[in-house]
Design a protein around this ligand. Structure first.
Ligand code: ACO
Length: 318
């Protein structure tokens, strides 16, 4: 038994925030942001728009593409760093909003690697027969964690959601996936705050050692890509599309250079989405599926790195 993605969907909030808009808030420039990150604009959720609201839109589109009803879903996993509330999970809220009443529903918190973690988890559920149709979603409202007095982080992030429907199949599907974490790096990218006694304690904003993240990201993204390829006796030459986490165009360029892969085979959406953390891969995947770049029979490599640090990759036959 394998699992196969049979439908993708995504959603971006209507509000677009350009670099020129950000120039009015912090001391930065459109040119600096584009040169250092590749980001031109990002979307921000409305005040009353939660991760689950965006997840509903993305999920409905994925279900429609898959040609199945929400009532056929028996597993919901939401990867998010920005849940609607502390409890219940955003997956349970999404499950209810979609009218699903059976199967398991839970969140995965692996920051920007969250979608790869969630996809790998769902794949294992489907392969072992514990689920037949899984809805795997990445949904984030990172805009709520931005410190508008810290220009080194506030220019990077955006909001959005992406979803896939994973179904049991006799043929692959997901060929393999690998996950990693090293919590000793947890201070390099974090939101240190929490809630206690009705008040926020600690710093509730994203803080990051940008250069440390950059170096670590390039190293582990190339390593984990090679790990899953070797496991399947494949090389980068066999990959039709790399769909990486959309953190920064320079991280993508440095990683592909290390791998010896042309940027022509990389799906890049960071210019218009910014870094949407766990939502970035399913958003990019849906973009490339809908514009016809991704075709049946192709080999697709997904990979991500995020706070923790966590990192991982998944190799798919479409
Ligand atoms: N606008 C203008 N100037 C800025 C800005 C800004 N938004 N931010 C920093 N600067 C300035 C700095 O103050 C510094 O000025 P100085 O030379 O006078 O001291 C100068 O630009 C260079 O700063 P650096 O930090 O050295 O800039 P760097 O080239 O490393 O770029 C960046 C910073 C873009 C954050 C880079 O380190 C990076 O891409 N890191 C990866 C981080 C990332 O992608 N994080 C996303 C979350 S993690 C993930 O998703 C994998």
């Amino acid at each position: 038994m394998y699992s196969k993605i049979i439908g993708t969907g995504s959603y971006l909030p209507t509000k677009v925030v350009t670099n020129f808009d950000i120039e009015k808030l912090v001391e930065t420039s459109h040119d600096w942001i584009v040169t250092r990150t590749g980001i031109v604009e990002r979307h921000f959720a409305a005040k009353d728009e939660q991760a689950s609201d965006m997840a509903v839109h993305a999920s409905r589109r994925a279900l429609e593409a898959a040609g199945i009803g929400a009532d056929e879903i028996d597993l919901v996993i939401v990867a998010t760093t920005t849940p609607d509330q502390i409890m219940p999970s955003t997956a349970c809220i999404l499950q209810d909003k979609l009218g699903i009443k059976k199967g398991a529903a839970f969140d995965v918190q692996a920051v920007c690697s969250g979608f790869i973690y969630a996809l790998n988890t769902a794949d294992l559920f489907v392969r072992t027969g514990q689920a037949r149709n899984a809805l795997v979603v990445g949904a984030e409202v990172l805009s709520r964690l931005l410190n508008w007095e810290d220009r080194t982080t506030c220019v990077l992030f955006g909001d959005g959601a992406g979803a896939v429907v994973l179904q049991g199949s006799d043929t692959p599907g997901i060929l393999s996936a690998r996950l990693h974490a090293d919590g000793s790096h947890r201070s390099k990218l974090s939101v240190n705050g929490g809630i206690c006694g009705g008040a926020v304690f600690g710093d509730p904003y994203i803080q990051m050692d940008g250069q440390a993240v950059f170096k670590f990201a390039v190293k582990v993204l190339s390593e984990v890509a090679e790990e899953v390829l070797a496991e399947n006796k494949m090389t980068c030459a066999d990959i039709d599309w790399l769909v990486p986490h959309q953190a920064n165009i320079r991280i993508m360029e440095a990683t592909t250079k290390k791998l010896g892969l042309s940027m022509d085979r990389v799906v890049v959406t960071v210019a218009h989405h910014g870094n949407t953390s766990a939502a970035s891969i399913p958003l990019a995947l849906d973009t490339a599926v809908r514009d016809g770049r991704i075709q049946p029979g192709q080999h697709i490599l997904l990979e991500a790195v995020g706070g923790g640090f966590t990192w991982g990759a998944a190799l798919l036959r479409w």
